[in-house]
Structures are given as structure tokens and as C-alpha cells.
Ligand binder design. Structure first.
Ligand code: ATP
Ligand code: MG
Length: 716
């Protein structure tokens, strides 16, 4: 009877209940955004504990972030009370693997108190090895090797698995050898890197049947959220652990797979049914999060992807407001406009905690941060640092401070050996001594020490060059516009080159941040005025308890929801990103489209999509064209508005060109494939129970070979 029903089942719909109550055997829950997948998984965890099917310590629950793990723990706690105590195996793959590895470290030659290296340590170590191997680090940067090793680890490959082809990817075939050396060094240091946490455990589980048996027996139940973003090594790990009881429930959404660049394999969804025959596949179709217009808009965009599993979504929520699509003149206007819209939200009595701004790339936060500081709008950056707190920005600012203010010792210390120029701690200590002894700033002492015998050889030469550079930049400061000065300074100091050599996704982001910094400087009259602005910004740490607007990347927003969501910078070259366009493949473009789907579906009540007609790049205005994803939004779900007088013609000009979604678009040149206002390709409305949004358009394309098995057990 209803009365006897435990609290965690209340309000769940029939397929959700099924997901909760089908405790035994493999279960795969594949459903669109906002259909209550995470909610069902949480209830399932509560159910297992409440009905004593397992002790909390016998359940392995994997979440995508630590934050998600915390939330799940709290929610289960509320549902079953004290019984929740413990849940030692609830966390991210890395957190769980680290915990296991501490127990069995000796099996891979480590001690249980091993250190987990951060990226800096990792790079330093790799550089030593590269140097020792007589490889030119400038041509074959340590970061590239680090990225490669990470990829191998994500695939579950140990050094012995690296064949010549793989090895070829670094320093003419020496990748494998360096990987082996690196692993040996780590063991000698009693350390491991992030990727090792899973890899070591995988090796242990494969080689030591007794250890495997312990965990196979222990984990009576295994649950995984955001399953579409697991990588190969995580998948292998799960498969091993689940072999005994086979009670494994995974929830995911193929349309939300957005981490392939980190090795995630959406194909794991398909492998699941093969590796766990007889898996029960549950589909959730009722969306509880978003209004029909928001869902319709998101479905219309994602329908343009091929090879989808295809699913239906419907909602009982009121039709609500259409998705707002706003064309603005430029970046500053975009930030201004978002500020105004948020003010309106605030005036209507809603909390700022319920507002999010989603950017494609980290550097985009800067414009909003500056604007919000100016108008006193409280904000926080989630999953990253505030713009001016990012390492590369602080470094660049330190250079500018040294130029602006000779006595800025802190700034000098920060940059004296960044990028590395052979000025070790010893050399710097000598400069310090002289500065203290003679009561002068470090830059002065650095110049003076060159006239003594304190420093010799390479250190002396290198300090001499830095001192000379600083003097020259100071001279230039009086004649050159300060943004131009910054640009030259970053080039001449070797700072940009350091990241250019890397070619990693991370380095690209840092370079983008640096250009954004230069762009920001253009808005100020002088270097001094700009630096003052920055110190004020840095000081602006609002009380974390007060309601704040959240600014974050779409990647960081996965699984989250907000009443009002601003999707900004929807322009070709920004979103889809230039990188995805350069790669030119269907795959990278489709991943961008999934990002668009994730972004829109974070919104509960109102989604606002903004594109600017002009972006300033290196002091020059470049016209940009709206993202093709804007063109893919079905007309019936949007209210389009443009604040530009010249907007219509630009809009039409691009419209008439033939759409070629995979052609390159030169960034900001305004030339490109153009986009079409598609008549909501494949996304049609039918009226099901109430308002039905259908998004099964591309499901038909599943018929291609190799994908046939995808549809087994799935209603497509
Ligand atoms: P995503 O794909 O974005 O991760 P999801 O499928 O995990 O989404 P949830 O976050 O679990 O979806 O749920 C979305 C919203 O719907 C949440 O606010 C949740 O509380 C609510 N919800 C889930 N199930 C129900 C239900 N049966 N009745 C009412 N609200 C529900
Ligand atoms: Mg979820």
C-alpha cells in the first residue's frame, strides 16, 4: 500500500521504480537529460541499504565528480538516515581506485603511503628523463609526452603493451621507452600520477586473482552515473569487479558524451550489453527538469548528430518561455546584456544561485567577470579559477608589474625563472642577499650583481638577458600602446613560446587566456590603470554564503541544473570551437553538438542563447558569424532578437551561402560555411500524453554495420 511505501520511492515514475527495484543482474539506464537518472540511482542506493540487500560497505557507487558524490551521500542520508554511515566506496573512479591502491600498493612496488603527483611534478620528472635520454625537449615537449602517457593509461596500456606504432608518437619512436622509464622512476619515488591510480589497480586485479576475488565478492552492487563518459581503463575495471555478482547498474546518455578528448568512450554503452548478456535496458522518457520549449530547442540541435541511440522525451511542465536567442554587437555588449537580464531575474525575486552562465572556453569568463565587478553582481567560477587568478595570467601580470613598478619584488620573484632560463634557487638567493644588503629592489640588485663575480656562466648570462629585457620593456612602455607592449613582452620573454610548444588542450586554453588578457588591457587607458583594475578585481571576494551567479564551462556543468541559463558566445570558431573545426572531422563536430545539448538542457525555466557579431582579436575587430547550432534551433521554440542595426544583413549574407558543416571556418574572418535556419531537421512534435518532444530523428542511421548490435534491447 501507499502508506507502507518507503520514502525513496515516493514520486518516482514506473521506469524509475523499475530502475530502483531491479536490483539483481545487469541494468543499463539510457535516457536523455533531466529524466531523473541520477535521482533514480540515488533512490536505488537508498533502497539497497534500506532493504538490507547490502551493507553500505558492499556497494560501489561511482560518480563523475566529488561534488556529485557529496550530494548523493547527503541525499541518501536524508532518505535512509543513519543507515548511511560509511558508504566508503562512493566517489569518483580516481578516489575509489586510490583508496584500493593504498591497500595493495606493494603489489606494484609501491608503499601504502605513496604520493600522488600533480601535473607540475609529473612534468619535472618527465623533463629529467627526456634530458637524460638526449632528446631535444624543445622539439618534443614534456607535455606532449605527458599527454600521450595519459592516453595510454586511459586505455589501460602498461609500457609492455606499447607497440612500435604507438611509440612512434613521441620523439621518433622513443615514446614507449620513456614511458617505461617514467613508470620505473615513479616506483623508485614511491609515487604515482593520476592515471596510475586506475592503471595500477587494473594491473593488480588482472594479475592477482586473490585480490580480485576479495573485491568481486565484496561489491554485491555496483552503480555508475554518467556512464557515457567512462574511458577504457575504467570500463575494464568495472567489468572485472562485476563478474562475481553481476549486479551492475549504469546510467548514462549517449547524447551527453563530452569527454572523448580525455579518452572517454561512448561505445562503452554498447559494450555493456555484449559483456553483460541479458542486461535489462531501462529507458526514462519523462523529463522533470525543463520546459517543452527548452527541450524542443535542445532536441532540435542534437537531432543533427548521426548514429544516436535515439530517444523520446516528454514533459508535463508548462510550456513556459521560448528559448531566447539574442544577437548582440560585440563581446562587451554581450556581458552588459547578460548583466541586465540577470538584474531582471533578481528583481523578479529569484535567487542568483539559480542563474548560470555557460561558456565553451575558460577565457570567455573574463568579459563577464569584469562586467560583474563593475556592476557589483556577485558571481563565482565553478570548476576553475577566476580569470585573474589563473597561473598563466598571474605570470603575465607579474611581467607587467615588473615593467610598471621596478620595486615590485614579488612579481620579479615570480617571473625570474619562468619560463625556465637556468636561474636556480641559488642564483636567486644571491640576488636576494645583495638586495637586502644594499637596500635596493630585486631588479636593481639583479642588474648590479652582474658587475660582480657572484654569478658565473650560464646563470650570469641568462640573468643578464633578463635584466636587459626588462630595461628595454620599460623603455618601450613609454612609446608603445600598453596592449602591444604586453604582446611583445610575452613573446620576447619566451613565455608564449613555452605553451606554444606544448600543443595540448590545456596549453591552448592558456594561450587563449593570454590573448584575452591582452584584449582586456585594450579597454584601459594605461598599464597603470589596468593593473589597478586587476588588483581591485582580485580583492573582490564576495561572501561565499551570499547568492551568486555561477559562471562555468559547459563541461563543468554536466549533471547540474539551474532555473535560468545563459549560453554565451555561440559563434563559429568559438562554439563550435576552432579546434573542432580545424580537425575537420564529423566526430569532433558532433561532440561540440553534444556540448550544445548539455548546455541547453541545464535550464529549468529559461535558456538564453547569445551570439555577438564582432569580437576583438589582437586589437582588431573581426566579424563573426552565429554558430551553426543557432541555425539548428527549431523556429517554433525560439524568440530571436537582434540588437544590431546591421544585424539582419549579416544574418542573411551567411544564410544564403551553401551550408557545409565540415568546412573550415577561418576564425573571425566572417567567411565560412554560413549556417542555415534549418526547419528543425527531423525534430517533430507529436502530441503524446501532454507535450511531447520527439528526438529520434537519427535513430534510423543506426543500421550501419558495426553499429547493428547497438540496438539490441533498445527500442529505436
Ligand atoms: P542529467 O542527464 O542532466 O544528468 P538526470 O537524468 O540525471 O539529468 P536528475 O538530475 O536526476 O536527471 O533529475 C532532473 C530533475 O528532475 C531534478 O531536479 C530531480 O529532482 C527531478 N526529478 C527526477 N525524478 C523526478 C520525479 N519522479 N518526480 C519529480 N521530479 C523528479
Ligand atoms: Mg544526472
Amino acid at each position: 500500500t501507499a502508506q507502507a511505501e518507503p520514502p525513496y520511492l515516493r514520486g518516482l515514475n514506473p521506469p524509475q521504480r523499475e530502475a530502483v527495484l531491479t536490483t539483481d543482474g545487469p541494468v543499463l539506464i539510457i535516457a536523455g537529460a533531466g529524466t531523473g537518472k541520477t535521482a533514480a540511482l540515488t533512490a536505488r542506493l537508498a533502497h539497497l541499504i534500506f532493504t538490507r540487500k547490502a551493507w553500505p560497505s558492499e556497494i560501489l557507487s561511482v560518480t563523475f565528480t566529488n561534488k556529485a558524490a557529496r550530494e548523493m551521500r547527503e541525499r541518501v542520508g536524508r532518505l535512509v538516515g543513519d543507515a548511511v554511515e560509511g558508504m566508503p566506496w562512493l566517489g569518483t573512479f580516481h578516489a575509489i581506485a586510490a583508496k584500493m591502491l593504498r591497500r595493495h600498493a606493494e603489489l606494484v612496488g609501491l608503499q601504502s603511503n605513496f604520493t600522488i603527483l600533480d601535473t607540475d611534478d609529473q612534468l619535472r620528472l618527465l623533463k629529467q628523463l627526456i634530458l637524460a635520454a638526449d632528446i631535444d625537449e624543445k622539439r618534443f615537449p614534456a607535455r606532449s609526452l605527458a599527454g600521450l602517457i595519459d592516453q595510454w593509461k586511459n586505455k589501460g596500456l602498461v609500457p609492455a603493451d606499447i607497440d612500435a606504432g604507438e611509440s612512434e608518437r613521441y620523439a621518433n619512436g622513443r615514446g614507449g621507452e620513456l614511458y617505461a622509464q617514467y613508470q620505473a622512476r615513479l616506483v623508485a619515488l614511491n609515487a604515482c600520477d593520476f592515471g596510475d591510480l586506475l592503471l595500477h589497480m587494473l594491473v593488480i586485479l588482472k594479475r592477482h586473482r586473490d585480490v580480485l576475488a576479495i573485491y568481486q565478492q565484496r561489491f554485491k552492487y555496483i552503480m555508475v552515473d554518467e556512464y557515457q563518459d567512462t574511458n577504457s581503463s575504467q570500463y575494464l575495471w568495472l567489468r572485472l569487479l562485476a563478474q562475481e555478482h553481476k549486479n551492475i547498474a549504469c546510467v548514462g546518455d549517449d547524447d551527453q558524451s563530452i569527454y572523448s578528448w580525455r579518452g572517454a568512450q561512448v561505445e562503452n554503452i554498447l559494450k555493456f550489453e555484449r559483456d553483460f548478456p541479458g542486461a535489462k535496458v531501462i529507458r526514462l522518457e519523462q523529463n522533470y527538469r525543463s520546459t517543452p520549449h527548452i527541450l524542443g530547442a535542445a532536441s532540435g540541435v542534437i537531432a543533427n548528430n548521426g548514429g544516436r541511440l535515439g530517444k523520446q522525451l516528454w514533459t508535463e511542465l508548462d510550456v513556459g518561455e521560448k528559448v531566447k536567442v539574442i544577437g548582440v554587437w560585440d563581446g562587451p555588449e554581450e556581458a552588459r546584456r547578460v548583466g541586465e537580464e540577470i538584474d531582471a531575474v533578481r528583481r523578479s525575486g529569484k535567487s542568483l544561485d539559480e542563474v548560470a552562465i555557460l561558456v565553451r572556453a575558460q577565457h570567455q569568463t573574463r568579459e563577464f567577470e569584469d562586467r560583474f565587478i563593475a556592476i557589483g553582481m556577485p558571481y563565482k567560477i565553478v570548476g576553475g579559477f577566476r580569470f585573474y587568478e589563473r597561473a598563466e595570467i598571474r605570470d603575465a601580470l607579474a611581467y607587467l608589474r615588473v615593467v610598471n613598478q621596478p620595486a615590485d619584488d614579488l612579481a620579479f620573484e615570480r617571473i625570474v625563472n619562468v619560463p625556465k632560463r637556468g636561474l636556480g634557487d641559488k642564483a636567486v638567493a644571491k640576488v636576494h642577499q645583495l638586495a637586502r644588503a644594499t637596500g635596493v629592489p630585486l631588479t636593481t640588485a639583479a642588474a648590479r650583481i652582474l658587475d660582480t663575480d657572484e654569478l658565473t656562466g650560464a646563470a650570469k648570462k641568462s640573468l643578464g638577458r633578463l635584466v636587459g629585457d626588462i630595461a628595454r620593456w620599460r623603455d618601450m612602455a613609454s612609446s608603445l600602446p600598453h596592449a602591444e607592449l604586453a604582446r611583445q613582452l610575452l613573446d620576447e620573454s619566451g613565455y608564449t613560446a613555452m605553451y606554444q610548444a606544448e600543443k595540448s588542450v590545456e596549453a591552448t586554453g592558456r594561450l587563449e587566456n593570454l590573448s584575452e588578457l591582452v584584449r582586456a588591457m585594450e579597454e584601459y587607458d594605461s598599464l597603470g590603470a589596468f593593473l589597478e583594475h586587476v588588483s581591485l578585481v582580485m580583492d573582490n571576494e564576495g561572501g561565499a554564503q551570499d547568492p551568486q551567479v555561477t559562471i562555468m564551462t559547459i563541461h563543468a556543468a554536466k549533471g547540474l541544473e539551474y532555473d535560468t541559463v545563459f549560453c554565451v558566445g555561440w559563434e563559429e570558431g568559438l562554439f563550435p570551437s576552432q579546434r573542432s573545426l580545424d580537425e575537420g572531422g564529423v566526430k569532433s563536430l558532433e561532440e561540440e553538438r553534444r556540448l550544445a545539448y548539455v548546455a541547453i538542457t541545464r535550464a529549468r525555466r529559461l535558456a538564453v542563447i547569445i551570439h555577438a557579431a564582432n569580437r576583438r582579436i589582437y586589437g582588431q575587430w573581426n566579424s563573426s558569424i552565429p554558430s551553426r547550432f543557432v541555425g539548428e534551433l527549431p523556429d517554433e521554440h525560439i524568440d530571436a532578437e537582434t540588437t544590431m542595426s546591421g544585424g539582419a544583413s549579416l544574418w542573411q549574407a551567411n544564410w544564403s551561402e551553401k551550408a557545409d558543416p565540415f568546412a573550415d571556418v577561418a576564425r573571425g574572418t566572417g567567411r565560412g560555411p554560413g549556417w542555415q535556419r534549418a526547419a528543425s531537421p527531423g525534430s517533430t512534435f507529436s502530441s503524446k500524453p501532454s507535450r511531447v518532444v520527439e528526438s529520434r530523428a537519427s535513430a534510423v542511421s543506426l543500421g550501419n554495420k558495426g553499429r547493428d548490435d547497438l540496438s539490441v534491447g533498445m527500442r529505436v
